[in-house]
Design a protein around this ligand. Structure first.
Ligand code: HEM
Ligand code: HEM
Length: 229
């Protein structure tokens, strides 16, 4: 089943994975820039960080009730298949997937976990002058807060490396195997190169995604006390 009018194109990503991806990428880049510079929009560091947490909450929920290739369980693949996949990629013989490939699934998990740690640790820390304070700063022991601040700084560096590898790999697929992964993440559709039929994706009702996203934003607004919503 190719799932589109043209036999050459097959639908891969639902609208909510795409909305999540690009808003997540934009806000995380914003957070890295505002944090690293310490002056560029730094007064937005806290609210945008809380918004990132709302997006993460949405992605976790969508990982349970969303389309089959968005399910979190599908990201846990036998690590041996991930290694085999990378070997095929290096040889340029890797086949197309209608979802995350074996190696990509682990990479996605690592990115989501690192960003979750970054945003959650942010809730408990403050900068030296206490101009920017996380929503729960002061609710834990000062020493733990200091340690989290140190880890927030360290994890930011790790994040930049991991995101750099992520973007590098996306382009590596294009150059080494001729697989364009970027267009599908924008339009939802992939040009299917192989002769064999694509694995069927069970798409979830998009209205459910909208309800979930609004619910996650409301939860964040209540927990973090957003005033202007
Ligand atoms: C995705 C979420 C986040 C990312 C990517 C991020 C990124 C960063 C980065 C790159 C830095 C600078 C680290 C350095 O100088 O080495 C930083 C510092 C900081 N962030 Fe975040 N952050 C996030 C969430 C949060 C949240 C939710 C808060 C809550 C207020 C927060 C509060 C702070 C504070 C207080 C600093 C320390 C500034 C200083 O050292 O003067 N962060 N963050
Ligand atoms: C801060 C920057 C970024 C972050 C945090 C990020 C994070 C992610 C995450 C979490 C996924 C998994 C999607 C899901 O299942 O929910 C993903 C997939 C993807 N990302 Fe990014 N991304 C970033 C930047 C980019 C950029 C700049 C590009 C394009 C050049 C890109 C291209 C893709 C593609 C093509 C996929 C799908 C990979 C596949 O086919 O399995 N990402 N990204």
């Amino acid at each position: 089943m190719t799932g589109s009018k043209s036999t050459n194109y097959t639908r891969i990503w639902d609208v909510w994975i795409r909305v999540f991806h690009w808003s997540f990428a934009a806000t995380v880049i914003f957070m890295l820039v505002s944090g690293e510079t310490g002056f560029l929009f730094f007064d937005w560091h806290q609210p945008v960080g809380e918004f990132v947490l709302a997006l993460l909450l949405f992605r976790i929920c969508w990982g349970f009730v969303g389309s089959s290739n968005a399910r979190l369980i599908s990201l846990f693949v036998n690590p041996l298949s991930a290694v085999k996949h990378l070997v095929h990629l290096l040889r340029g013989t890797v086949s197309q997937e209608r979802g995350h490939n074996a190696a990509g699934g682990w990479a996605v998990l690592v990115m989501l976990l690192l960003i979750a740690f970054q945003a959650i640790s942010g809730l408990f820390i403050a900068d030296e002058d206490e101009l920017i304070e996380g929503a729960f700063y002061g609710s834990i022991d000062y020493d733990i807060s200091e340690r989290l601040l140190h880890m927030h700084h360290l994890n930011a560096k790790i994040l930049m490396i991991v995101i750099g590898i992520h973007v590098f790999m996306v382009f590596f697929y294009l150059v080494r195997a001729g697989h364009n992964l970027i267009t599908p993440m924008i339009t939802g559709k992939m040009r299917w190169l192989g002769a064999e039929p694509a694995r069927v994706v069970k798409f979830a009702n998009p209205a459910l995604g909208l309800v979930l996203l609004v619910a996650c934003l409301v939860v964040a607004a209540v927990v973090f006390g957003w005033k202007n919503i």
